[in-house]
Design a binder for this molecule. Sequence first.
Ligand code: ZN
Length: 301
Amino acid sequence: MAVDIPYRRDFAFEYGRLEPVAPGIRRIVARNPGPFTFKGTGTYVVGEGAVAVIDPGPELAEHINALLASLAGERVTHILVTHTHRDHSPAAKALKEATGAPTHGFGPHAGGRRGEPGIEEGGDWDFVPDVVVRDGEWLEGEGWRVEAVHTPGHTSNHLCFALPDPGILFSGDHVMGWSTSVIAPPDGDMTAYMASLEKLLDRPDAVYWPTHGPAITAPHAHVRAFVAHRREREAGILECLGAGAERIDAIVATLYVGLEPGLRRAAARSVHAHLLDLVGRGIAESDGPATIDAHYRRARS
Ligand SMILES: [Zn+2]
C-alpha cells in the first residue's frame, strides 16, 4: 500500500505582485516555474515599514525589480536565506546592493564542486552570508522576531525560520506542500533529512509556508506522511537488494515505473541517498566506497 501524501497544489497568485498571505506577511512569486520549483520561487516579506525578506530568489531582473518597486517607501533591514540553491539565494546580492541590508544564512554552499551538474536549480556558490545564523538563534526586527531552525537534509545549510506569533514556519525546501524534497548526495543527506523531519514534529508551528507553492495547514500530518513515504521507499530498496539487484539503476527501474527520462538522474540520486543512510545504519553494504556506481547488498547480520 502506497503512502498517501496529502499534497497541496491549489496556489492562487499573480507573478510580480507582492500580495498579503497572512497578517504581517506578504509574498511575491518569481517567474521561474519548473519541475523542481512548481510555479516559481515565493519570496516572503515579514513585517511592515521595516521588513525582512526571506529567500530573495533567482537572479531574475523582473523579479528583483518588482520586489524593490513593491517595497518602495519601506526599509529592508534583514535578508534571510533558507539555503544556497540558485532559485533561492542569488537575488540576495542585488537586494543587498539596493537596500544595504545584511544577508543572513547558515553558511556558504557545501558539498560537491562548483560547476558540477547539480540537481534542482543547482548550487549558488557565490552566496556568503554577512551574518552566520545557527540553530535556535533569534533574529529581531521592528515588530517581528524569528527563530532559526537548522534543518539539514535537502542541503546541509538549510534553515527554516519560525515566527512564533502566530505560529508560522517558513519551511524553505525542507517541507513543501506540492512535492517531496529532493535529497541528493553529496550535500543532500537522507539521515540528516529524516532527523530534520522528526525535529519539526517536536515543534508547535501551526502553519508552514514553503518557498514553493501554498501553505501547509496541517503540518504534522504532512511531515508524518513524508516520513512514512521515505520508510516505504527504503523498504522497497531493501526488497530490491534482497532480490539480487545490486546497482542503483536496476533499483530505479524497479521502483520508479513510468518515470519521465528527465527525472531518472534525480531518482538515482535519491536512491543513492537512501543507500548511504542504510550503509550508515549498518543495514546495507557496498563493494568499496558507497558511490552512485557501487554494487550494494544487504548487510550480513
Ligand atoms: Zn533547494
